[in-house]
Design a protein around this ligand. Structure first.
Ligand code: HEC
Length: 113
């Protein structure tokens, strides 16, 4: 195999191995002010079931949701408006902030006996 054939593979490898930026929870908290009106200050909602809880959710799930709203893959006019203002770093930081908040509302199967 010649070297030019290897280049795309090397580029791909680089894309996957380049370290994701470390999440900055404090920056995420600062950025979350605009989200609080609907999702609550700590992501535990505002008592209105139309707004999902974000607190304690897996960070990678929150990141994916925000990226999907931004790209239109997940279609919601309200969240499109907010997500489209976010950079990749904002998304990582916001997801880390909400994931780090404690919740009494979000459940997973660990509680099922
Ligand atoms: C005006 C109200 C409003 C504001 C402000 C708002 N959201 Fe949302 N958000 C919603 C609604 C409504 C949904 C549910 C949309 C759907 O059905 O997909 C949602 C869904 C989400 C979800 C998906 C949750 C899940 O369980 O799948 C995430 C993540 C999210 N919002 C993050 C944010 C972040 C981060 C901000 C601030 C940058 C923000 N939202 C600001 C109303 C809002």
């Amino acid at each position: 195999m010649n070297k030019t054939a290897l280049l795309p593979a090397a580029a791909l490898l680089l894309a996957f191995t380049s370290a994701a930026p470390a999440a900055d929870i404090e920056a995420g908290k600062a950025k979350s002010v605009v989200c609080q009106a609907c999702h609550g200050a700590d992501g535990n909602g505002i008592g209105d079931p139309q707004y999902p809880f974000l607190a304690g959710q897996y960070a990678d799930y929150l990141e994916k949701a925000l990226r999907d709203y931004r790209s239109g893959e997940r279609n919601n006019p309200i969240m499109l408006g907010f997500a489209s203002t976010l950079s990749d770093a904002d998304i990582v930081n916001l997801a880390a902030f909400f994931a780090s908040q404690s919740t009494t509302k979000l459940r997973d199967l660990q509680d099922v006996k």
